[in-house]
Design a protein around this ligand. Structure first.
Ligand SMILES: [Fe+2]
Length: 233
């Protein structure tokens, strides 16, 4: 499950302090879209494109990523090992913050981002056992290699859901989690994974859903980051 030692984690951060944020972001974008461009990477990390290009140069030199001219960025097996192990730490911290410390669900992603590189190998294993080998983070994103990972990643978005059909909200995408204000909106509206809903109206800007006998209006730009499965599947 976890495949990096404490020393390796310290070493990579000494070599290149933001390497782990880059590697996890490349992993996440690739898992979601099947390819990784420099612009999408820069925007996810909220850095300029030249800064992302420069970081890519360093990651290539260090053997963590590859990119042929005009091609998608790819992680090497070494880069992948770090990305998966750190993402697992991120998800476990979110579980710890939310289910044991009552830390707000909508703020846990930011905090996990800060803490993800500081968990020891031992504590990571402990948390994984403690939480009973979770398959997803508290926002519904699958652990790397978890059962059902592909299905969750490929799940349809609520913005395109059929009308008047019973649905279950299953995931708020990583990209959605990173968007300013999106998790607070979901929290305010009670839009959590596991919630049952039905789309009953849509226009150019919004969809309206019925959830817990309430009507909620969701901007399409938010609904595009929410994934569902039909109820009963
Ligand atoms: Fe999450």
């Amino acid at each position: 499950m976890n495949r990096i030692s404490d020393q390796e984690l310290l070493d990579i951060q000494k070599q290149f302090p933001s390497a782990l944020s880059y590697l996890t972001s490349i992993f996440i974008i690739n898992r979601e879209y099947g390819k990784v461009g420099n612009s999408r990477l820069a925007s996810r990390l909220k850095v300029s494109k030249p800064a992302a290009n420069q970081a890519m140069g360093r990651l290539k030199k260090l053997g963590y990523a590859e990119q042929a001219p005009y091609e998608s960025i790819r992680l090497t097996s070494e880069g992948l090992r770090f990305a998966e192990s750190v993402l697992i730490r991120h998800y476990l911290i979110e579980h710890l913050l939310i289910s044991k410390l009552d830390y707000p669900w909508e703020k846990s992603d930011d905090e996990a981002q800060r803490l993800q590189a500081s968990l020891s190998e031992d504590f990571t294993k402990y948390l994984y056992e403690y939480f009973g080998h979770p398959r997803t983070c508290p926002h519904g994103n699958p652990f790397p290699g978890a059962l059902g990972e592909e299905e969750l990643i490929n799940a349809e978005r609520v913005s395109k859901a059929p009308m008047l059909t019973d649905l279950v909200l299953i995931r708020i995408t990583e990209e959605g989690e990173a968007r300013d204000g999106l998790l607070p909106f979901c929290h305010k509206m009670d839009l959590y994974p596991g919630k049952k809903l039905q789309v009953n109206a849509r226009d150019d800007q919004n969809i309206t859903v019925i959830m817990d006998d309430k009507e909620i209006r969701i901007p399409l730009e938010i609904a595009g980051f929410l994934c569902y499965r039909p109820l009963g599947d």
